[in-house]
Each structure stands twice: as structure tokens, then as C-alpha cells.
Ligand binder design. Sequence first.
Ligand SMILES: NC(=O)CC[C@H](N)C(=O)O
Length: 213
Amino acid sequence: MTTLRVGVLALQGDVREHTAALQACGVDAPAVRTEEDLAGVDGLVLPGGESTVIDRLARLEGLSGPLRERIAHGLPVYGSCAGMILLADRLLDGHREQQTFGGIDMTVRRNAFGRQVDSFETELRLSFLPDGAAPVTAVFIRAPWVEQVAPEVELLARVPASSVERDLGTREAAGRIVAVRQGNLLATSFHPEITGDRRVHEHFVEMVRDAAR
Ligand SMILES: NC(=O)CC[C@H](N)C(=O)O
């Protein structure tokens, strides 16, 4: 059996953390910077960072078009935070000329939690984890939230109201959607790559494995 190749888009952002998380899941995790790199992977992670910068560099490198095409042909992609923004078909509070790769039929609000707090963490239940599994510690850093989704989009997690009172001090964030899946595309507002909990990456690697069968 050949080892799966799950690349990390390595233009800007926390590439190293995602690479380490993927390697811990037992896959090859090559850096993807060019169209040629992209052609060699079975799946791709879009890291957290700054979505405006990643968008601009991807367009400069001529990667945006080929990436959109592979997404349309079913490439499994996981985006965390800035990566979630890049997977959104529609963006609110984007920078003037900002574009996304798209693929998930959703509207994402950039820096949505930013008015209340720049970053926070909370315990989240993710619907793909087995019943009774421990919650995931979700770290949000100038994070987006999902404001609207098409019926095809599966909701995987919302911000629990209890954590809002405790950690955020505002009710505006309660119930906000922060993890979704549509087909082979997975997105989270938070950063599982920095907690040492591999369950989100393991789930994505399983998605890549299923798609490669
Ligand atoms: N931690 C992050 O990835 C932050 C995302 C950032 N606010 C953006 O707009 O891209």
C-alpha cells in the first residue's frame, strides 16, 4: 500500500504545525507551493494564517486556478481558520480585493469573533466523534464563523452557549457554526494543529483515504 500524500499549502501561515500533525497521522505531508506540487497530492490542508496573504500569493504563483479545478474534481481539502475562509463560496468582511478558492456553499464572516475577543478557547463537541468521546479543545485566533450554509453542508460543531458566558462574555457568539463538511471539503474556525489532539486531522486523513480508494 502506498503512503497517502496529504500536502500543506505552504505560502503563509502555520504550515509547520499542520505538517507535524499530518505526519503524526502516518501520512506524507509535502509542502505545496506550485502547480506541480499540487498535482502530486491526494489531499490538501489550507493552514491558518492570513487569508488575504494566502489568496494573494496563490494568485501570484498561478495556483488558484489549478486548485479551484482540483477542488471541483473532488480533491479532499481541509481548511482551518484562514483555510476555512479560503474554502467559502461567499465572504463577509473580506479585504477589498480578497478572493477565495471556494468549494463549500457557505457564507463565512472573517474576524467574526474579533470585536469581542481576539482569541479564546473552548471545549467543542464534534459530531463525527463517537458518542461519549471527550470534547475537542478548540483554539480560536481572530477566527471566522459560518453565517449561512446551503442544505448540502453538514454542520459539525457550534459554539456552545455555556462557553460563551464563561469564555466570551457575549451572547453574539452563542450557537455560531464553527465546523462544517461538504463532500470532500472540511473546514473549522479553530486550530486543532496547535493542541496536540490529532482527532480532526485523523478524521481528514480518513476522508482522503476514502476518496483515494
Ligand atoms: N488564525 C487565523 O487563521 C486568522 C484568520 C485571519 N483573521 C484571516 O482573515 O485570514
